[in-house]
Write a protein that binds this ligand. Structure first.
Ligand code: SF4
Length: 188
């Protein structure tokens, strides 16, 4: 959890269609059967979570165990989750997605105070790493959102998931730092 958030909450169960190879949810699922059960299968709204009372004055990272705007999540699921968030407008809600172009379509349904972000791993296409849109496309979509919200209180952030960190080197052949970059590929 980011240290600038105060709470996390997830309404969404099922497998995230982005399938990032470094996904900590999948890694946790390998250790904890209950996590694996909760985050396997088609995306679904965990109905009991829609009754949670958020109170006020909090900064809540919503769907920190999934990607609410992944293409595998139906529009109506996103709608009911945002409806729940809007019931508690005295909080700030954090939405982070590797599909910010789709997130942009739901801005009109979001609560009044939001922090919106994405994660990028590199400036290259990452089909071997994630089924999410390419990192540069994510970044550009977020810049479009920034421009759209420039006269509001919304904040925008980008997190970099470095592929060159030690645990990544074994998993991402062909990326800088793994020592096995394909011939002919530039390091610049
Ligand atoms: S987008 Fe997030 S939740 Fe989805 S697979 Fe990637 S790391 Fe996991």
């Amino acid at each position: 959890m980011y240290d600038w958030t105060t709470h996390t909450h997830t309404h969404l169960g099922g497998h995230c269609s982005h399938g990032c190879v470094y996904c900590y949810v999948q890694a946790m699922g390998e250790r904890f059967p209950e996590v694996k059960a909760k985050y396997s299968g088609p995306p679904c709204v965990l109905q009991g979570e829609l009754t949670v009372k958020y109170g006020k004055g909090r900064t809540i990272f919503v769907e920190h165990m999934a990607d609410l705007f992944a293409n595998g999540v139906a529009d109506d699921m996103i709608g009911v989750i945002l409806d729940h968030c809007r019931e508690f407008p005295e909080n700030t809600f954090v939405f982070q997605s590797k599909n910010p172009a789709r997130m942009a379509r739901f801005i009109g349904l979001m609560p009044p105070s939001v922090i919106l972000g994405t994660t990028i791993e590199t400036n290259r296409p990452t089909p071997a790493v994630s089924s999410a849109p390419n990192p540069l496309d994510r970044y550009e979509a977020l810049q479009t959102i920034r421009a759209q919200l420039k006269n509001t209180t919304a904040k925008i952030f980008v997190t970099v998931e470095a592929l060159s960190k030690p645990r990544s080197r074994m998993k991402f052949p062909g990326f800088p730092g793994d020592g096995r970059e394909p011939r002919g590929r530039s390091r610049s």
